[in-house]
Design a protein around this ligand. Structure first.
Ligand SMILES: Nc1ncnc2c1ncn2[C@@H]1O[C@H](COP(=O)(O)OP(=O)(O)OP(=O)(O)O)[C@@H](O)[C@H]1O
Ligand SMILES: [Mg+2]
Length: 251
């Protein structure tokens, strides 16, 4: 579904490649969380995948085709500033459809109403983002990401600003959405337990510059419940991941 082949990236103001010949691939329909210390380059991987940044070298493919040769191949939910405050919720959701330009206004409103119902936000179409709670805004931003119609979704710390209870119910909600819509999801988080609960395998950044992602399988079937997190092998996995993050080196 997604494949990085010896991809490198250097920010113009830096004198080294923050991403250095990185190769990895992700199967269709999988759910992977990416974890790694702050500033290690996780969001940079997403910004190259969605075309906001151009790799210095290497190739990124989605569905076997280089991303430079296609459009609308992924949905992206950035780390912050998810909704435009001057647009209503409905107008925010209309954005990806307006950009694609393949729908009439009437068709757009039908798609938006269906997407809002899907995330439990019926009746919020004409509200402004600031009138919604944090969890509702996240669901609206997710609905907008879904409306891109892409099979690959890149979610950058979507739940980090939420309180604990809202966050765990959003995690359950997201797993349900993923299973119903059969998308491929890459999800950046700093929360090791969140990474375990969501992922089929966790992709760990062990060093900066990023030369590899270490894939750690999560030995739990879906659907999952939070009780599964108390299983001894899962508690052990959590400690293993925390240790890996603590040992992260800067070369
Ligand atoms: N536009 C930029 N110009 C120069 N350096 C940048 C730029 N954007 C990010 N960086 C640097 O690149 C590194 C990686 O940034 P990135 O946003 O990918 O980190 P991250 O792993 O997502 O961190 P966090 O977990 O804090 O979100 C950081 O050290 C950051 O300072
Ligand atoms: Mg980031």
């Amino acid at each position: 579904m997604l494949e990085f082949e010896r991809v490198s990236y250097q920010y113009p103001s830096e004198d080294f490649d923050i991403i250095d010949q990185l190769s990895f691939s992700v199967e269709p329909g999988s759910f992977h969380c990416i974890i790694g210390v702050s500033g290690c380059g996780k969001s940079t991987i997403f910004r190259m995948t969605n075309g906001l940044l151009q790799p210095k070298s290497g190739t990124i493919r989605v569905g076997g085709v280089p991303t430079t040769e296609q459009k609308h191949y992924c949905g992206y939910m950035p780390q912050k500033d998810m909704l435009f405050p001057w647009r209503t919720i409905g107008e925010n959701l209309a954005l990806p459809l307006e950009i694609q330009g393949e729908t009439t206004k009437q068709e757009r409103w039908e798609l938006i109403d269906a997407a809002l119902a899907d995330v439990g936000l019926e009746g919020c179409r004409d509200k402004m983002p600031q009138e919604l709670s944090g969890g509702m805004r996240q669901r609206a931003a997710f609905a907008r990401t879904m409306l891109t119609g892409s099979h690959l979704l890149l979610l950058d710390e979507p739940f980090s600003a939420l309180d604990f209870l809202t966050r765990i119910s959003m995690q359950e909600w997201l797993l349900d959405q993923w299973q119903r819509h059969k998308k491929t999801i890459l999800f950046i988080t700093h929360d090791v337990e969140e990474a375990i609960f969501l992922s089929s395998s966790v992709l760990v950044v062990e060093s900066t510059p990023i030369r590899a992602l270490r894939e750690i399988p999560v030995p739990m079937d879906y659907p999952r419940t939070r009780q599964d997190l108390a299983r001894p092998e899962i508690v052990g996995l959590r400690e293993q991941l925390v240790d890996m993050l603590r040992k992260q080196v800067t070369a």
